[in-house]
Design a protein around this ligand. Structure first.
Ligand code: FVH
Length: 293
């Protein structure tokens, strides 16, 4: 504990997200040590009171809790391995985006160094950090999470998903997959309407309303996935596969690419060929979990 009453924390990685994380800790009064490969990225944080470490090991030594937020898993290993001995007896929270397998490997590596490990997935963009809309998913050592929960609360709402360190990454990539699906659909829609010079800003409220209406069907689809009852309720798959061809043909007619759309057509066709034509879209989930013949 320090004069501020807040425990010290270290942030390694000062890209757009790392700087937002360190800034949120400083805002809450945590003595904050930082390190980044490109030292100049720490300048603004230093002006706000952060201590700039010369090496990752020096940064880790400054706090019981180190938060790492680097570009990818390769960067995490490259930065932490030379500082491994300093991790003993400390907690490492890794908020770098990665796969569940990478999270489990890093957890095993950290345990080998005598460190507690918590993996995390940030469901926010940098300006949201520290605000009411930010959610950070965690998994791994429950004791380490509980011990540092108050500090981590500076970043946003904190949700611990379980002891398996791979869970946070699994939820993170699942949520990002949903997000990119939505963005891909939006970009295709805007490319189509722009092909007739409809301003994107004029068309977008219609897209948002339509997606909002369709989003209401997600809980029913989820129930069908869980129960295995894929009975169609008015929009059978065979009809949808036939209509989907028009989405591709219209794109070609308008001179718009189809690369975002082709994979869904292949999946719909596979579903019909596998005998799911009378059923609902929800049967695609089971199909996705089996490789195409
Ligand atoms: N920004 C966002 O919207 C998303 C929100 C959700 C979470 N992601 C993930 O957060 C990780 C960091 O993302 P970022 O936005 O901070 O990324 P950059 O601004 O590109 O900063 C990258 C940092 O990584 C350092 N770095 C990269 N390679 C190495 C390396 N080989 N050795 C040491 N450090 C490395 C880089 O250092 P420098 O270029 O400044 O020297 C930055 O600190 C990421 O996993 C997102 O998926 C963000």
């Amino acid at each position: 504990m320090t004069d501020s009453g807040r425990p010290p924390v270290t942030v390694i990685g000062l890209g757009d997200m790392g700087r937002a994380l360190a800034g949120a800790f400083l805002d809450r009064g945590h003595p904050t040590a930082v390190w980044n490969r490109t030292a100049s990225r720490a300048d603004a944080l230093a002006a706000r009171g952060a201590t700039v470490a010369a090496t990752p090991a020096e940064a880790i030594a400054a706090s019981p809790l180190t938060v790492v937020c680097l570009l990818d898993d390769g960067a995490v290993r490259k930065v932490l391995e030379p500082a491994a001995a300093t991790l003993r007896g400390r907690t490492l929270v890794n908020l770098t985006n990665g796969t569940p397998g990478q999270a489990r490997e890093t957890a095993a590596w950290a345990a080998g160094q005598g460190a507690e490990y918590v993996d995390g997935g940030i469901m926010a963009v940098p300006p949201m950090i520290g605000g009411p809309g930010a959610l950070v998913l965690y998994s791994g050592s429950p004791a380490a999470f509980t011990g540092h929960e108050a500090t981590l609360g500076a970043l946003g709402a904190a949700r611990h998903l379980g002891t398996d360190p791979g869970l946070a990454a699994l939820y993170d990539v699942a949520l990002l997959s949903a997000m990119y699906g939505m963005f891909g659909g939006f970009f295709q829609a805007v490319a189509l309407t722009r092909s007739e010079k409809v301003p994107a800003a004029e068309f977008t409220p219609m897209v948002a309303a339509w997606l909002g209406a369709m989003m209401e069907s997600l809980p029913a689809l989820a129930e069908a996935v869980d129960s295995g009852d894929h009975s169609a309720t008015g929009s059978n798959l065979r009809m949808q596969a036939a209509a989907y061809v028009n989405l591709l043909d219209a794109a070609r007619e308008q001179g718009v690419g189809t690369e975002l759309m082709e994979p869904m057509r292949a999946l719909l066709d596979r579903a019909v060929a596998a005998g799911h034509g009378d059923g609902d879209l929800s049967s695609l989930v089971d199909l996705l979990r089996t490789a195409p013949a």
